[in-house]
Design a protein around this ligand. Structure first.
Ligand SMILES: NC(=O)c1ccc[n+]([C@@H]2O[C@H](COP(=O)([O-])OP(=O)(O)OC[C@H]3O[C@@H](n4cnc5c(N)ncnc54)[C@H](O)[C@@H]3O)[C@@H](O)[C@H]2O)c1
Length: 259
């Protein structure tokens, strides 16, 4: 493959968890990968581990100037952007009636407004025929107690993804979401220490186990590839069938654990 034919992909939130696994998978498949993350050192470390030609940048998805700078920089250095996966996300746990409004805004700001800013600026620079992937969640369709901000933000990500797919279709740019169920990463690991949480998730998952980061990375790889050339505006559930059952009562389990 000549340098001019090489696919350039950006993974935002790529310093950890699902984003890191996705960045690795894209690099293994030959893409030049640019990792953006609010953890700039982590992004640089991750990029270096992929090989000399990959790049890591500090970017906070809630800061429009920083997001704009990331994508303008990619366009200036590499000429084109072929693929994007936005994995930046945070969560919180609180009942609605006790929810701190600033904490609500933090989660919605990173998960939903951040996705908007990333799609806005990636959409300006993606080559015709390129592919953009957002990270929704099982919680976009399945409510969980204590997870109002996260559920609302992820449902918003699905709607945002669909509207963007409508608007960019005329440039043959595809826009899809991946919606994972439980995958153990630094985001979810703390909840795994709460008695009953892991067991309830597994009991409500027909395939009987949490997912693996590489399984989410494989779905992102597929959606970025030409094998998905006629798929847009789709939210792909990857959850071992958990969407067919019910979400664990997380708030109930937490309350019981700390009673
Ligand atoms: N792990 C799961 O079970 C699961 C399930 C469904 C959806 N998701 C979603 O997948 C995505 C990745 O989650 P993960 O489990 O890999 O979590 P993670 O915490 O391991 O990784 C998230 C990354 O996003 C970065 N980030 C956080 N805030 C940011 C900001 N303001 N700007 C830029 N980067 C920021 C973090 O530094 C981190 O590197 C998230 O959107 C999450 O909501 C995860």
């Amino acid at each position: 493959m000549s340098a001019a034919d090489r696919r350039v992909s950006v993974v935002v939130g790529g310093a950890s968890g699902l984003g890191l696994a996705t960045a690795r998978r894209l690099a293994e498949d030959g893409d030049l990968v640019v990792i953006g993350d609010v953890d700039g050192d982590g992004a640089e470390r991750a990029a270096k581990a992929l090989g000399e030609d990959h790049e890591g940048w500090a970017v906070d998805v809630t800061d429009e100037a920083a997001v704009q700078g990331l994508f303008e920089g990619v366009a200036a250095r590499h000429g084109a952007l072929h693929g994007l996966v936005n994995c930046a996300g945070v969560s919180t746990l609180s009942p609605v009636v006790d929810h701190d409004a600033a904490e609500w805004r933090r989660v919605v700001d990173v998960c939903l407004t951040g996705s908007f800013l990333v799609l806005k600026h990636a959409g300006r620079h993606v080559a015709d025929g390129g592919s953009l992937v957002t990270l929704a969640s099982l919680n976009a369709r399945q409510p969980g107690t204590g997870m109002a901000a996260y559920c609302a933000a992820k449902a918003g990500v699905v709607a945002l993804t669909e509207v963007t797919a409508l608007e960019l279709g005329r440039r043959r740019v595809r826009v899809n979401a991946v919606a994972p169920g439980l995958v153990v990463t630094p985001l979810t690991a703390p909840a795994m220490d709460i008695p009953g949480v892991r067991e309830e998730y597994v009991a409500n998952t027909p395939l009987g186990r949490p997912g693996l980061p590489d399984e989410i990375a494989a779905a992102c790889r597929f959606l970025l590839s030409d094998d998905a050339a006629w798929i847009t505006g789709e939210t792909m559930d990857i959850n071992g069938g958990a969407h067919l059952q019910r979400y664990p009562d997380l708030m109930g389990l937490v309350t019981k654990a700390f009673a």
